[in-house]
Design a binder for this molecule. Structure first.
Ligand code: HMG
Ligand code: MG
Length: 309
């Protein structure tokens, strides 16, 4: 089996992770987290979302977070944007504070679309179309996140056909890259491969990424199954932060530390310093009053404790 020689990690902890944390995290801590992540070598960081603060109060400080970040060269800072109002809010700042990339987010399941963004799949595409067009005119790269590509908390199994239809709709409005998300972590390697194959019928291999939540502990297996198809871009969350506000019981994304550990062990480059990444995970977890949800962190701690004994 030939795997990609290099993998791009998109760190989504500051957004996907913190959007679902009940514990309040100050704007300063969020900014410090982004700084620690970039110091660990992350070149793509999903920083916040411009969504309704009534729906997701954790992201209400979106503009302040964007303003506070000391940007590094060659690093992409992205933000979720669900509609024109969100895009206008993101672009209300001076251009140097704009996201380099926005993410419109739809669902392969109708019920999840209604719960998450309060509209049908077809309506979501209508909402996204002017967002995508305006962002592209401004030189902002546009990613699309596709939720529930293997299973939905309300509808159960989701077919690859439904995933293919959404991918085609996203392509049709000019979305440049799509993320195949297992929102509630019910995917298995073969199901994830089928969702990816349905997507790859509409997007090239360089324009597709995997986004796996780890509810059943299979996110690393699903990552490996995706690598087998040649997919080389993954969204992951430091310390396994997060969950999904509209999918009860779903855990966070796969921990960035675990994916990086696996990839480095396979000889696949990421450009990430695992020790610094683990420290960033400890930093944000302690701000939340707990230990990182990452087996790499636990293994390191156990090893250090054994050495000290
Ligand atoms: P809506 O209520 O249908 O929108 O929400 P509306 O247009 O009817 O407006 C209602 C109110 O919201 C108005 O305010 C608007 O101004 C305001 P009011 O007049 O009542 O004071 N509003 C906004 N405020 C700030 N920013 C905006 C905005 N838009 C409207 N952009 C909406 C529709 C999409 C906005 C809402 O449903 C929402 O914000 N949902 C949040 C969904 C969300 O953030 N979910 C989590 C992220 S997705 C995810 O995690 C999945 C992913 O990780 C992949 C995976 O794992 O599956 C990406
Ligand atoms: Mg997610």
């Amino acid at each position: 089996m030939t795997y990609p020689a290099r993998v791009k990690i998109v760190e989504v902890g500051p957004r996907d992770g913190l959007q679902n944390e009940k514990e309040h995290v100050s704007t300063e801590v969020k900014i410090e987290l982004v700084h620690r992540l970039q110091a660990a070598g992350l070149k793509a960081i999903e920083v916040t979302s411009f969504v309704s603060p009534k729906w997701i109060p954790q992201m209400a400080d979106n503009a302040r977070v964007m303003r506070g970040i000391h940007r590094q060269k060659n690093t992409c800072y992205s933000a979720l944007v669900p509609n024109m109002k969100g895009l206008e809010a993101a672009l209300a700042a001076p251009a140097e504070e704009w996201p380099d990339e926005i993410v419109v987010f739809g669902s392969a399941s109708e019920a999840f679309s209604q719960k998450n963004i309060n509209c049908s799949i077809a309506e979501s595409i209508e909402r996204f179309a002017p967002v995508v067009m305006t962002a592209l005119e401004k030189g902002i790269y546009v990613r699309g996140a596709m939720s529930c590509t293997v299973g939905c908390p309300y509808e159960g199994d989701v077919s690859p056909d439904a995933v293919g239809r959404l991918a085609q709709l996203m392509k049709g409005i000019g979305v440049q890259h799509v993320g195949v998300a297992d929102t509630i972590g019910v995917g298995t390697p073969s199901k994830v491969q089928h969702a990816l194959e349905a997507t790859l019928a509409h997007f090239g291999i360089d324009d597709v990424s995997g986004h796996f939540h780890n509810t059943h502990g299979l996110a690393l297996s699903n990552t490996l199954a995706s690598l087998e198809l040649g997919v080389w871009q993954y969204d992951t969350s430091v310390a396994g932060l997060g969950g999904c506000p509209y999918a009860n019981g779903a855990t966070g994304n796969v921990a960035t530390e675990e994916v990086v550990h696996m990839l480095h062990g396979m000889g696949i480059e990421t450009g990430i310093d695992l020790n610094k990444l683990v420290e960033a995970g400890v930093f944000i977890s302690h701000a939340l009053g707990r230990e990182p949800n990452s087996r790499v962190h636990r293994a390191n701690r156990y090893r250090r404790a054994s050495v000290c004994r």
